[in-house]
Design a protein around this ligand. Sequence first.
Ligand code: SAM
Length: 496
Amino acid sequence: MSLTQPPLPETPPFLAWFQAHGGQIDLAAIDIVAFPAAEGGRGVVARVDIPEGQAVFAVPRALVLSTRTSALRARFGVKEWAAARLHEGWSGLILCMMWEEARGGASEWAGYFEILPTKFDTPMFWDAADLAELQGTAVVDKLGREQAEKDYAEKVRPAIESRPDLFDPAEVEARYSLAVYHLQGSRILSRSFTLQKDADEDEDEDAGAGDTSVGSAMDVEADAPAPAEEAHGEHDEDEEGSEDSDEEEDAVVVAMVPLADMLNARYQSENVKLFYEPECLKMIATKPIKAGEQIWNTYQDLPNSELLRGFGHVDWLPLPGGGHGNPGDVAEMRADVLVKAGAAPADVEARIDWWLEEGGDDVFVLELQEDGTAELPEDLLAFTQLLADDTAWARARDKGRMPKPVASAPALRVLHAALGARLGAYATTLAEDTARAAAGMGEMRTNARHALVVRMGEKRVLEAHRTRVGALLSALEGGGKRKAEAQAGGGKRGRR
Ligand SMILES: C[S@@+](CC[C@H](N)C(=O)[O-])C[C@H]1O[C@@H](n2cnc3c(N)ncnc32)[C@H](O)[C@@H]1O
């Protein structure tokens, strides 16, 4: 990256706004520039060597945009806000963002809205043909479009129409439409942080429900040097109306943090973190950064399926076992695929109900070791034993304990068939996708390229697991029962 890179046209007005509102930034040390698309596009660069521990900028709390800092909730009425269920999920923050943006220059955040994206490459906005390229992937069932539309129709639109004094009826189509709701939701999904609420904040006004969305990708922790994490990632913008108001979720608020959200991320590249201080949020170097290097945040090293769903990009990096992709890729195996893969026992429903009651999950996450090989997750092995081995099921039920994660021959046969079924759910094979990628991805349309990369990552994980299961089965069938069971290894419970 050249140190003499010209500033982007939007940078000076944004930085002027940021500094005029108390934001601190050393412009001799960092700048906002355009990196190549594969490195995140617009991002933040170090202009000088930055030592570990140095703050690169600070964002005053008043500049953070949330349902707590926007005046809308108080103007709407705190009780009325809760009665309209705007305190649940992200719909309240989306409404605040629509309202603040509609206020134009009168909004505290006018300078911030100028730099927010107006277009997204996330599958939420793909047409049916592009979505078909994602067939078989974990992205398809997680778009959350229907739930977001339900929230808009049932909560947000009625709230807007109930207060013409706040939401100008002449502006509803331009400023408060479903399309604008999706746009603001996508901004939150790809740029928000999860912050802890101030200790002195009044919880009563929400009738105890609090802001319940957690898991936008970057969370912030209290008291430097504890890091703040990003908030995107895990949840759909709708948050299913989150009725869960347990203490942990009540303690956090999802918020937009100007400038902090201009940092890109790449698998295990982070060199700064956001730290929580009483008056401000500070972005602090967690390792020495050389002049000219990009300043990277973390989006939690998500797999490509989640990066694409939440952010609209994928990581394409050299892999330990050769080839390219995202070392953090995973593949999901649903319980119903395992059930269909074997000769399901007559009491299969009882077994599954028992598993769920015991706290087991109905989706298993497969991931690879650092060297690119597969270990079978313990929870997957235990569940498959429950299905495939009557003795293991009887013992588990009688003792009230999950079955041991044993790689028995019946369980391995079910797993092998299930992995085959999972691989068969894609429209193409890994070999075909690999050949397509090798032919050159530069000419491909962005969505098709992203879908190809997501499919390849999942299939790589599935194939490595199928190879592992096949090897264990061969060892068992060759008489090496003990050896195979010992070799199965049992990876830890997978991530979700
Ligand atoms: C939190 S913002 C980061 C700043 C953003 N580039 C901007 O122009 O404001 C997240 C967005 O940046 C882009 N991005 C971040 N990291 C990326 C990467 N490694 N490759 C490609 N795009 C990336 C994606 O568009 C993502 O939705």
